[in-house]
Design a protein around this ligand. Structure first.
Ligand code: SAH
Length: 218
Protein backbone atom coordinates (compact mmCIF):
# COMPACT_ATOMS: atom_id res chain seq x y z
CA UNK A 1 0.00 0.00 0.00
CA UNK A 2 1.27 3.50 -0.82
CA UNK A 3 2.12 5.85 2.06
CA UNK A 4 -0.79 8.14 1.25
CA UNK A 5 -3.29 5.30 1.45
CA UNK A 6 -1.73 4.04 4.72
CA UNK A 7 -1.96 7.55 6.13
CA UNK A 8 -5.63 7.91 5.21
CA UNK A 9 -6.35 4.60 6.93
CA UNK A 10 -4.44 5.58 10.08
CA UNK A 11 -6.11 9.00 10.32
CA UNK A 12 -9.50 7.37 9.79
CA UNK A 13 -8.88 5.19 12.86
CA UNK A 14 -8.15 8.27 15.03
CA UNK A 15 -11.74 9.49 14.92
CA UNK A 16 -12.49 6.93 17.64
CA UNK A 17 -10.53 9.14 20.05
CA UNK A 18 -13.05 11.94 19.49
CA UNK A 19 -10.64 14.06 17.48
CA UNK A 20 -12.09 17.05 15.55
CA UNK A 21 -12.26 16.96 11.74
CA UNK A 22 -9.97 19.99 11.69
CA UNK A 23 -7.17 18.05 13.41
CA UNK A 24 -7.83 14.90 11.36
CA UNK A 25 -7.62 16.93 8.13
CA UNK A 26 -4.31 18.45 9.22
CA UNK A 27 -2.92 14.97 9.98
CA UNK A 28 -4.12 13.78 6.59
CA UNK A 29 -1.80 16.36 5.02
CA UNK A 30 1.44 15.81 6.98
CA UNK A 31 3.73 13.10 5.51
CA UNK A 32 4.82 11.40 8.76
CA UNK A 33 7.24 9.16 6.83
CA UNK A 34 9.43 12.22 6.21
CA UNK A 35 9.86 12.62 10.00
CA UNK A 36 10.87 9.02 10.69
CA UNK A 37 14.44 7.64 10.34
CA UNK A 38 14.79 5.70 7.07
CA UNK A 39 15.08 2.29 8.75
CA UNK A 40 11.60 2.65 10.28
CA UNK A 41 9.92 4.31 7.31
CA UNK A 42 7.69 1.35 6.55
CA UNK A 43 6.21 1.65 10.06
CA UNK A 44 5.44 5.37 9.66
CA UNK A 45 1.68 4.85 9.54
CA UNK A 46 1.36 2.43 12.43
CA UNK A 47 -0.19 4.19 15.45
CA UNK A 48 2.92 3.85 17.58
CA UNK A 49 5.91 5.91 18.76
CA UNK A 50 9.16 5.18 16.89
CA UNK A 51 12.80 5.70 17.83
CA UNK A 52 14.48 8.83 16.42
CA UNK A 53 17.82 8.03 18.15
CA UNK A 54 19.42 9.67 21.22
CA UNK A 55 16.94 7.74 23.44
CA UNK A 56 14.06 9.88 22.08
CA UNK A 57 10.91 9.05 20.11
CA UNK A 58 8.45 10.55 17.65
CA UNK A 59 5.12 10.39 19.51
CA UNK A 60 2.35 8.02 18.42
CA UNK A 61 -0.09 9.67 15.98
CA UNK A 62 -3.04 9.32 18.41
CA UNK A 63 -1.05 11.26 21.06
CA UNK A 64 -0.29 14.07 18.60
CA UNK A 65 -3.99 14.15 17.66
CA UNK A 66 -5.09 14.28 21.31
CA UNK A 67 -2.70 17.13 22.18
CA UNK A 68 -3.61 19.18 19.08
CA UNK A 69 -7.29 18.61 19.79
CA UNK A 70 -6.99 19.79 23.42
CA UNK A 71 -5.11 22.91 22.28
CA UNK A 72 -7.98 24.10 20.03
CA UNK A 73 -5.50 25.40 17.47
CA UNK A 74 -6.75 28.02 15.03
CA UNK A 75 -5.37 29.94 12.07
CA UNK A 76 -3.00 32.74 13.01
CA UNK A 77 -2.00 31.55 16.51
CA UNK A 78 1.54 31.78 17.89
CA UNK A 79 2.54 28.48 19.47
CA UNK A 80 5.51 27.39 21.58
CA UNK A 81 6.46 23.70 21.49
CA UNK A 82 8.93 22.21 23.94
CA UNK A 83 10.62 19.07 22.57
CA UNK A 84 10.89 19.28 18.76
CA UNK A 85 12.19 15.71 18.34
CA UNK A 86 11.48 14.81 14.71
CA UNK A 87 9.46 17.97 14.00
CA UNK A 88 6.29 15.97 13.23
CA UNK A 89 4.06 17.42 15.96
CA UNK A 90 5.31 20.90 15.00
CA UNK A 91 4.31 20.20 11.37
CA UNK A 92 0.78 19.13 12.36
CA UNK A 93 0.43 22.29 14.50
CA UNK A 94 1.82 24.35 11.60
CA UNK A 95 -0.96 23.00 9.35
CA UNK A 96 -3.51 24.07 11.97
CA UNK A 97 -2.23 27.62 12.51
CA UNK A 98 -1.63 28.14 8.77
CA UNK A 99 0.76 30.57 7.11
CA UNK A 100 -0.63 33.44 9.27
CA UNK A 101 0.46 31.59 12.42
CA UNK A 102 3.86 30.56 13.70
CA UNK A 103 5.39 27.67 15.65
CA UNK A 104 8.48 28.19 17.83
CA UNK A 105 9.84 24.79 18.80
CA UNK A 106 12.64 24.30 21.34
CA UNK A 107 14.84 21.19 21.44
CA UNK A 108 17.80 20.55 23.76
CA UNK A 109 19.69 17.97 21.64
CA UNK A 110 21.62 19.46 18.73
CA UNK A 111 21.48 16.42 16.40
CA UNK A 112 17.68 16.43 16.73
CA UNK A 113 17.53 20.16 15.99
CA UNK A 114 19.33 19.38 12.70
CA UNK A 115 17.12 16.33 12.04
CA UNK A 116 13.90 18.30 12.64
CA UNK A 117 15.03 21.31 10.59
CA UNK A 118 15.82 19.13 7.58
CA UNK A 119 12.57 17.14 7.93
CA UNK A 120 10.49 20.33 8.17
CA UNK A 121 12.27 21.81 5.16
CA UNK A 122 11.75 18.68 3.08
CA UNK A 123 8.06 18.58 4.04
CA UNK A 124 7.73 22.31 3.24
CA UNK A 125 6.92 23.85 6.65
CA UNK A 126 8.43 27.33 6.56
CA UNK A 127 6.37 28.65 9.47
CA UNK A 128 8.22 26.56 12.08
CA UNK A 129 11.33 27.87 13.79
CA UNK A 130 13.46 25.28 15.62
CA UNK A 131 15.59 26.60 18.47
CA UNK A 132 18.44 24.82 20.29
CA UNK A 133 17.88 25.56 24.00
CA UNK A 134 16.58 24.28 27.33
CA UNK A 135 12.82 24.54 26.85
CA UNK A 136 12.09 24.33 30.58
CA UNK A 137 12.94 28.05 30.51
CA UNK A 138 10.50 28.60 27.64
CA UNK A 139 11.55 30.93 24.83
CA UNK A 140 11.14 34.45 26.25
CA UNK A 141 12.30 36.10 22.99
CA UNK A 142 8.89 35.57 21.33
CA UNK A 143 6.63 35.44 24.43
CA UNK A 144 3.75 35.60 25.15
CA UNK A 145 2.23 32.60 23.32
CA UNK A 146 -1.40 31.74 22.51
CA UNK A 147 -0.65 28.05 23.03
CA UNK A 148 2.13 25.95 24.57
CA UNK A 149 2.60 22.26 23.79
CA UNK A 150 5.09 20.31 25.93
CA UNK A 151 5.99 16.91 24.44
CA UNK A 152 8.24 15.54 27.21
CA UNK A 153 7.15 14.72 30.76
CA UNK A 154 7.95 17.31 33.45
CA UNK A 155 8.29 16.94 37.24
CA UNK A 156 5.79 19.84 37.54
CA UNK A 157 4.61 22.77 35.45
CA UNK A 158 7.64 25.02 34.81
CA UNK A 159 6.83 28.54 36.05
CA UNK A 160 8.57 30.09 33.02
CA UNK A 161 6.03 28.40 30.74
CA UNK A 162 3.08 29.69 32.76
CA UNK A 163 4.61 33.18 32.65
CA UNK A 164 4.99 33.01 28.86
CA UNK A 165 1.38 31.90 28.22
CA UNK A 166 -1.05 34.66 27.18
CA UNK A 167 -4.13 35.37 29.28
CA UNK A 168 -6.85 33.20 27.70
CA UNK A 169 -4.16 30.80 26.42
CA UNK A 170 -4.00 27.01 26.63
CA UNK A 171 -1.11 24.65 27.43
CA UNK A 172 -0.85 20.86 27.33
CA UNK A 173 1.85 19.19 29.40
CA UNK A 174 2.59 15.64 30.57
CA UNK A 175 3.76 15.51 34.19
CA UNK A 176 5.25 12.70 36.26
CA UNK A 177 8.15 10.28 36.08
CA UNK A 178 7.16 6.59 35.91
CA UNK A 179 3.42 7.36 36.25
CA UNK A 180 2.54 10.30 34.07
CA UNK A 181 -0.61 12.28 33.36
CA UNK A 182 -1.41 14.70 30.60
CA UNK A 183 -2.82 18.04 31.79
CA UNK A 184 -4.68 20.81 30.01
CA UNK A 185 -3.92 24.19 31.56
CA UNK A 186 -5.89 27.36 30.89
CA UNK A 187 -4.67 30.80 31.90
CA UNK A 188 -7.79 32.82 32.52
CA UNK A 189 -8.28 36.50 31.68
CA UNK A 190 -7.35 37.44 35.29
CA UNK A 191 -4.13 35.33 34.98
CA UNK A 192 -5.43 32.61 37.33
CA UNK A 193 -4.71 29.01 36.30
CA UNK A 194 -7.16 26.17 35.67
CA UNK A 195 -5.52 22.73 35.51
CA UNK A 196 -7.45 19.69 34.30
CA UNK A 197 -6.18 16.10 34.18
CA UNK A 198 -6.77 14.35 30.85
CA UNK A 199 -5.38 10.91 31.72
CA UNK A 200 -2.35 8.58 31.81
CA UNK A 201 0.35 8.89 29.13
CA UNK A 202 3.96 7.85 28.42
CA UNK A 203 6.51 10.43 27.30
CA UNK A 204 10.30 10.71 27.51
CA UNK A 205 11.43 12.97 30.38
CA UNK A 206 11.74 16.75 30.13
CA UNK A 207 15.36 17.31 31.14
CA UNK A 208 16.62 20.74 32.18
CA UNK A 209 16.86 23.52 34.75
CA UNK A 210 13.11 23.46 35.52
CA UNK A 211 12.70 19.81 34.52
CA UNK A 212 14.24 16.50 35.57
CA UNK A 213 17.93 16.65 36.32
CA UNK A 214 19.65 13.34 35.78
CA UNK A 215 23.05 14.91 36.28
CA UNK A 216 23.92 15.09 32.59
CA UNK A 217 24.20 17.90 30.10
CA UNK A 218 24.11 17.20 26.35
N1 SAH B 1 7.33 16.36 19.50
C1 SAH B 1 8.29 15.35 19.05
C2 SAH B 1 8.47 14.22 20.04
C3 SAH B 1 9.32 14.66 21.09
S1 SAH B 1 10.10 13.50 22.13
C4 SAH B 1 7.94 14.81 17.70
O1 SAH B 1 6.89 15.17 17.16
O2 SAH B 1 8.74 14.06 17.15
C5 SAH B 1 10.57 14.70 23.32
C6 SAH B 1 11.71 15.62 22.92
O3 SAH B 1 11.88 16.53 23.98
C7 SAH B 1 13.05 14.91 22.72
O4 SAH B 1 13.56 15.22 21.46
C8 SAH B 1 13.94 15.51 23.82
O5 SAH B 1 15.28 15.67 23.46
C9 SAH B 1 13.26 16.85 24.05
N2 SAH B 1 13.52 17.48 25.34
C10 SAH B 1 13.64 16.94 26.58
N3 SAH B 1 13.88 17.88 27.50
C11 SAH B 1 13.92 19.07 26.83
C12 SAH B 1 14.13 20.44 27.22
N4 SAH B 1 14.37 20.79 28.48
N5 SAH B 1 14.09 21.39 26.26
C13 SAH B 1 13.85 21.08 24.96
N6 SAH B 1 13.66 19.81 24.53
C14 SAH B 1 13.69 18.83 25.45
Amino acid sequence: MEYEEQRAQLVGSLKYYGISNKVLNAMRKVPRHLFVPEVYRDSSYADTPLSIGYAQTISAPHMVAIMCNLLELEKGLKVLEIGTGSGYNAAVMAELVGSEGRIYSVERLEPLVKFARSNLEEAGYGNVEVILADGTLGYPQEAPYDRICVTASAPGTPGALLDQLKAGGLMVIPEGHIYQNLYLIKKKADDSILKKKWGGVTFVPLVGDNGFNFGSKP
